[in-house]
Every structure is written in structure tokens, then in C-alpha cells.
Design a protein around this ligand. Sequence first.
Ligand code: RB5
Length: 145
Amino acid sequence: MENTKKIIFASDHAGLNLKRVLMDYFRPNYEIIDVGTKETSSCDYPIYAKNLCIKVLELEALGILICGTGIGMSIAANRYKGIRAALCLNEYMAEKARQHNNANVLCLGERVVGVDLAKSIAQTFLTTPFEGERHLRRIELIENL
Ligand code: RB5
């Protein structure tokens, strides 16, 4: 069971604006942990994906990774054993990512989704529980790949 009161955030330069908006949006109700980047200068997203994955695993919290498309972050994050990162473009995907895949990292693309949609996707992701049962067996199969 995740620590649902903490959210770990990370982005590269291309996701920095949306990350700031989402951190402000969720700050009243969650403890926010930002593992970078904090600069607008161009940087390499795998470094921040790594920072976030380490924290998510350590704190058993949910994480949100943002880059330009969300694709690079999701590819990088899914290299980590125990990380299930889901790139979501709408609330339905966010809901199923939690219910069926027990995703612990949400990936967003700042250049792909608008601010209001991103807030709604993240809200859905953070508040939807894992359904367990048959889905647990499938996740265990993934862990053993
Ligand atoms: C940066 O230009 C961009 O490539 C990066 O943010 C991300 O979209 C990669 O997948």
C-alpha cells in the first residue's frame, strides 16, 4: 500500500512549467517532494527519472514524472525493478493504470496535455486504488520477466 500523503515529482526542462503548476495544485493536500530539475536550462530526463524512482521505492509513495512528451520519462522509469510507470493521456488511462496495473509512477507530457487535463489526470491517478485479485497475478508475472 502506497504512502498516499506524499507525492514525488520530477521533470526535465520541458516539463518544468507543468510540474510547478501541479505541485502548487496538490500542495494543500499532500506533502510534495521535488527531486528536480529546478532549472529552466536544457537537461537530460533519465537523470531525473532515476532520482524519482529511487525516492518512490524508498518512500513507497506515488510519483509524477513530466517531460515534453512523457515518453522518455516512461521508458527510463520502467527500467527500475518495482517501478510501474504509466504514460496517461486522459483520466480513463489514469484510472486503469491504478486499478489494473498498480502503477506507482504517472508520466505526463507537458507538450501533449493542457494544464486542466493534467490536473484531472493526476487527481484520478492519486485517488484511485489498485483492484488486486487477478491483476496482482499479472503484475507478479511482469516482476518475474
Ligand atoms: C526534450 O526536448 C524532450 O526530448 C524530452 O522532454 C522528452 O519529451 C523526451 O521523451
